[in-house]
Write a protein of this length. Sequence first.
Length: 427
Amino acid sequence: MTDADLLAALVMVLCLGGSMFFSGSETAITSFGDHQWRKLVEDGGRPARVAREWVERPVRVLSTILVGNNLVNTLIGAVTTATVIRHVGGGELSRYSVPLAVFVAAGLTIVFGEILPKAVGKLYAHRVALPALTALQVFGKAFAPLTFVTTKLTDLVLRTADGDSAAQRVTSEDLDYLVKVGQREGSIPADQAALLRRVFQFDDKIVRDIMVPRDRVTAIDLAWSVPRIIEVAQASGHSRLPAYEGDLGRIRGVLHIKQLVGAAGPDRETVQRLMRPPLFVSESLMISDLLERFKERRVHLAIVVDDGGHTVGVVTLEDVLEQIVGHIFDESDHAPQPAQDGLGIHYFDGQTSLRKLEEMFDIEFEEDEGVSSVGDLLTQLAGQMPIAGSLFVVEGLRLKVLAADDRRVLRVSVEQVQVDDDDDDDE
């Protein structure tokens, strides 16, 4: 083996190593997850400075990876071609030297420069993403002129195609991250942060997530007498009720009870006349689209059906608005006020913010995305919507669910207790 062959082998090994590094780094960094990168930034320290490079300048990081990967892959092809031609270029196989070089270079690049490192990067993203990003910062400085040009060209293409700069595009995840930082630093109150998070999550929910299921729907049978209809309506506390014939699968309209009560000498004909045509919506409809339907039809209640057209529940305008502002107390509700009995037990509405409990009991709950109220905390601890009577112990507090429905915790009792270090967070 000549010195030229040794040099070629050394260059090939280095280039294959570089190709493995750049390909694996790209997969590891993109697989690590934006929320995990943002958490590193929030935690501070040296990892935060490294992670901020990807969070704030992802195009520059990707440009560094692509420049480095293309450079080493080009060198692999050039060295392989030169080596093959040097050994077989003068013989009868000279006509096959270039195709052979392409085959060898492509095989090495695909196996060792793409498939293997990408598989490792995907599998061990949590281990290699941060070290890889740290090393890429060094390469970024070395490739600075090239990455500057590629970044500007990329931004120009995106601006031309999409009418805006990629760096100026803000996603709901970006806004949610800023809200979390603002809440942690005290510039955004907890209740306002919860409101903003509900706004960000609004477009992700469908009607099935917020509807009142069929077995909990209060409705009236058109065969009933008017006095019975009024009695059922008043007992329910609802101002609008679906009207059906026989069963809920045959809903004929929606009756506004106040209009019925205000009518002179109401009878069954009055009921038929006052009914409004029902609005039927699919259970898979996005609630943002449902809100538009309510606005177009100028109605406050819709009948929810499944793919087969069977009634599965009802949904109201109030249900939609509560996804943004939280539970709404109307004239039929009795909004619970925080209270305390003589035994040191406090009573709260499920929508009470955790910040209020932290201030009252001088404690601090662990921050978690989407958990801002007492009801949110208990739902997280239970792993599902808790039922009345459920008990939980967390941060030296015993919390008991006094009232809950299938969508929210309504009433909670809270008392301070002595908890051993080995106690679980829930009972």
